[in-house]
Design a protein around this ligand. Structure first.
Ligand SMILES: [Zn+2]
Length: 128
């Protein structure tokens, strides 16, 4: 992406990936909203941003609820997601990932939930 400070095309790095919101829908899914900030890898000027939402089913929760009729999913507690960033090539396109993981606790049982928000230069928004 063109960097006005360096006056040339520069590689991007993920400056920040912040969890803006996280929520359990009360039934079986978790929704996580992440805001990403991309900066010039040479001068660290912020060049673009991206906001994405990731929805994932809680693995094995449906089976658990089938087996435990007294369990109520709406009483479950979702921990604040932890985020890890990574730059990969996906289908030939440089892709900027914010991978999240969170714990969903229901009674004494903990379910691990994972997801990701992915951006590339075509989907991110340039800062003006
Ligand atoms: Zn720069």
């Amino acid at each position: 992406m063109y960097c006005p400070s360096c006056e040339r095309n520069a590689a991007l790095e993920i400056e920040e990936a912040e969890v803006m919101n996280w929520e359990f829908d009360g039934q079986d899914s978790v929704e996580v909203e992440i805001h990403m900030l991309f900066a010039c890898s040479e001068c660290q000027e912020a060049l673009a941003e991206y906001s994405g939402t990731s929805t994932e089913e809680v693995p094995k929760l449906a089976e658990y609820l089938d087996e435990h009729e007294d369990a109520d999913a709406s009483e479950g507690k979702l921990s604040a997601p932890e985020v890890e960033t990574k730059i990969i090539t996906r289908a030939g396109v440089k892709t900027y990932l914010a991978k999240w993981k969170a714990d969903f606790k229901l009674g004494r049982k903990t379910f691990k939930v994972n997801g990701e928000v992915a951006a590339n230069q075509a989907t991110m928004e340039k800062m003006s």
